[in-house]
Ligand binder design. Structure first.
Ligand code: G6P
Length: 368
C-alpha cells in the first residue's frame, strides 16, 4: 500500500499531484495544434454521422455528473447543439426523448456504475448513439457503448474522484473541439483552444507546487461547520464539485450554488462564521461574480476567492485569495478545481478523517 502511494500520505493526494501527467495522457496523440483539431480514434462515428447529431444528452452520477454540466456548456457554446444533462438514476425512469440523431454521452470513471450503465442501455434500446467517456479500460460501459474516449488517467484509488474529473473535462473539450471545427468553428478559434489545452499540464503543475498555501488555508478553516461554494457559467459546476469534495471526505456540510441564485436562499445562512468559496477567474461573467462577492461581504461572510489576476473591483472584498493561471473560459474549471481538491484534502486530514475511504461511500456504486 505504502509503495503504491509512492511516498504520498494518501492515494487522494498522489492522484491530485498526478494531474499534470494524467491530463497529458488524456491528450496524448489527440491534439492537432496547427489545425486546431482533435483526433479521436474511438468515436466510431463518420464525419457525416457527427454532422447529423442534432441533440446531445449527457448522463452520469456524482463527480462525473459535474463534468457533464461543464460539457453541456462547451458543446452548446461552440457547437450550437442543444444539450441536456441528466442524472443517470433519473434518466432511465423519465421516458426520455431519443431520435436516431441523438448522441448520448455517458461519463463514468469506473465504467461500472449501475445507474449509468442502465441509463446507457435504455438510451441504446431507444435507438440513440452512445459515446462513453470512461477511465477503466474494458469496463462494462466501455464494452457496451457504440464508441468512446478513454480517459487514460490511470487507476484512481481514492474514493473521492480527482484526476478522473479533470480528465473528463479535457475529454469533453477534445470532443467539443472536434465537433465544433466540423461545424462552424474557425481554424483560429480552434487553434486557440488546442493551444490552451496543451498548456494545461504545466499550469496545473504550477498550482500543485503551491499546495502548502492551501494547506495553510485549510488550517484556518478546518473547524467550520458549513461552507458555501459559488460560481457562475463554466464555474457553477466547479462550485458543485468543490462542495462535493469537501462533504465527501471531511463531513463538513457544504453547498454549491450558482453565485447569483444565492440570494434566493443560501444568503440567509451567511454570517461571520460562514466561509464562502467563490470561483472568480477573469472570464465572461467576472463582473457579475464581483457583485455577488460584495453581497456576501455585506453579510460579513468570509470570502475565499479563486481568481486569475489583480482586480480593483475585488480590493478589500476578499479574506483570502488564491490565483490560478489564465486560460480560455471553458477550461477554467480544470485549473480552479485543483485548489478546491487540495482544500478538501487538507481540511479532511486535519480533522482526522479517512480521506481515501470515507464512511458510507464506495468507489463504484454497482447497485441501483
Ligand atoms: C461514486 C464515487 C464518486 C463517483 C461516482 C460516479 O459515488 O464515490 O467519486 O463520482 O460514484 O462514479 P463513476 O465511476 O461512474 O464515475
Amino acid at each position: 500500500d505504502q509503495i503504491e502511494r509512492g511516498g504520498f500520505a494518501h492515494f487522494m493526494l498522489k492522484e491530485i499531484f498526478e494531474q499534470p501527467q494524467t491530463l497529458e495522457n488524456t491528450m496524448r496523440g489527440r491534439l492537432i495544434l496547427e489545425e486546431g483539431f482533435t483526433k479521436l480514434g474511438g468515436l466510431n462515428l463518420t464525419k457525416e454521422e457527427l454532422l447529423a447529431i442534432d441533440s446531445v444528452v449527457i448522463t452520469a452520477c456524482g463527480t462525473s455528473w459535474h463534468s457533464a454540466l461543464i460539457g453541456e456548456m462547451m458543446i452548446e457554446e461552440l457547437c450550437r447543439i442543444p444539450v441536456e444533462v441528466e442524472y443517470a438514476s433519473e434518466y432511465r425512469y423519465k421516458n426520455p426523448i431519443v431520435t436516431p440523431n441523438t448522441l448520448v454521452i455517458v461519463i463514468s470513471q469506473s465504467g461500472e456504475t449501475a445507474d449509468t450503465l442502465a441509463a446507457m442501455r435504455e438510451a441504446k434500446r431507444r435507438g440513440a448513439r452512445t459515446l462513453g467517456l470512461v477511465n477503466v479500460v474494458g469496463s462494462t460501459i466501455a464494452r457496451e457503448d457504440d464508441g468512446g474516449i478513454y480517459l487514460h488517467a490511470g487507476p484512481e484509488i481514492g474514493v473521492a474522484s480527482t484526476k478522473a474529473f479533470t480528465s473528463q473535462v479535457v475529454a469533453l473539450a477534445l470532443f467539443t473541439l472536434k465537433l465544433a471545427r466540423l461545424r462552424n468553428l474557425s481554424v483560429e478559434q480552434g487553434r486557440r483552444i488546442a493551444q490552451a489545452l496543451a498548456e494545461l499540464p504545466a499550469q496545473v503543475q504550477s498550482i500543485i507546487e503551491r499546495a502548502d498555501e492551501i494547506e495553510a488555508l485549510a488550517e484556518q478553516f478546518k473547524s467550520a461547520h458549513n461552507f458555501l461554494y459559488l460560481g457562475r457559467g463554466y464555474n457553477f459546476p466547479t462550485a458543485l464539485e468543490g462542495a462535493l469534495k469537501l462533504k465527501e471526505i471531511s463531513y463538513i456540510h457544504a453547498e454549491g450554488y450558482p453565485a447569483a441564485e444565492m440570494k434566493h436562499g443560501p444568503i440567509a445562512l451567511i454570517d461571520d462564521l460562514m466561509p464562502v468559496v467563490v470561483v472568480a477567474p477573469h472570464d465572461a461573467v467576472f463582473d457579475k461574480v464581483t457583485s455577488n462577492i460584495q453581497e456576501v461581504k455585506a453579510r460579513k461572510g468570509r470570502v475565499i476567492a479563486i481568481t486569475t489576476r489583480e482586480e480593483p473591483a475585488l480590493k478589500g472584498q476578499l479574506d483570502y485569495e488564491f490565483r490560478i493561471p489564465e486560460t480560455v473560459d471553458m477550461l477554467t474549471p480544470i485549473l480552479a478545481s485543483i485548489p478546491l481538491q487540495l482544500l478538501a484534502y487538507y481540511i479532511a486530514v486535519k480533522r482526522g478523517c479517512n480521506v481515501d475511504q470515507p464512511r458510507n461511500l464506495a468507489k463504484s456504486v454497482t447497485v441501483e
